[in-house]
Unconditional design. Structure first.
Lengths: 113, 114
């Protein structure tokens, strides 16, 4: 079993839809959970990060972490064509230092106008 | 915001040659930088952790003699792919860690070895 599992999609939705992106993980030591957005042929851009369980909201984006289920989600409300990208989840057991990030494969999202 | 650049953005080379990729933190100092490799439809895989002024730490399965890393200053790390082969063709991405220990990623370098 891989440490982080993420459905690669692709996921195609109409503009304005609510998008749900998910990852599962196996390592219970993970405490920090991040979502990155990666446009084609570009490096990842950090969208949000969450520590431990709970929710975090930033504009149209909401990140949820359920440590008991080892399941994290990113919700995008009122999706826009500019949200079309690959979304990667990443996690680590501590913040910074030499602790490495473990990434999911990414989910490719297309928002159709 | 923190900006990380990479140069070149893409490179094509012949098999057997060496290629150097630069990673720079433009507006902050980074004592730690990371090098990742991403194959199509795959996740980013950490290759090595680069610390300024010391030897890089390589992940299991990454050949340190093939992927030479030099972190010569607080704003520059280089990755040299020595004796490149077609199987080394990939998207190489660096990240730099700021003082809050947040990683910021570069735009990536696409390497094609013929």
């Amino acid at each position: 079993q891989k440490e982080v599992e993420q459905d690669p999609g692709p996921l195609s939705v109409p503009e304005g839809a609510i998008v749900s992106l998910n990852c599962t993980y196996s390592n219970s030591a993970f405490q920090y959970f991040m979502w990155y957005r990666q446009y084609s042929r570009k490096g990842p851009e950090l969208l949000m990060y969450t520590y431990s369980s709970g929710n975090k909201e930033d504009g149209r984006f909401t990140a949820q972490v359920d440590k008991s289920s080892k399941y994290i989600s990113l919700f995008i409300r009122d999706s826009q064509p500019s949200d079309s990208a690959t979304y990667l989840c990443a996690m680590s057991s501590s913040w910074g230092g030499s602790e490495k990030l473990v990434f999911g494969k990414g989910t490719k999202l297309t928002v159709n106008p | 915001g923190a900006v990380v650049s990479q140069h070149p953005s893409w490179v094509i080379c012949k098999s057997g040659t060496s290629v150097k990729i630069e990673c720079r933190s433009l507006d902050f100092q980074a004592t730690t930088m990371f090098w990742y490799r991403q194959f199509p439809k795959q996740s980013l895989m950490l290759m090595a952790t680069s610390n300024e002024g010391s030897k890089a730490t390589y992940e299991q399965g990454v050949e340190k003699d093939k992927f030479l890393i030099n972190h010569a200053s607080l704003t520059l790390s280089t990755l040299t792919v020595t004796s490149a082969h077609p199987e080394d063709s990939s998207f190489y991405i660096c990240s730099a860690m700021d003082i809050q220990e947040t990683q910021y990623f570069g735009p990536g370098t696409r390497l094609l070895v013929l």
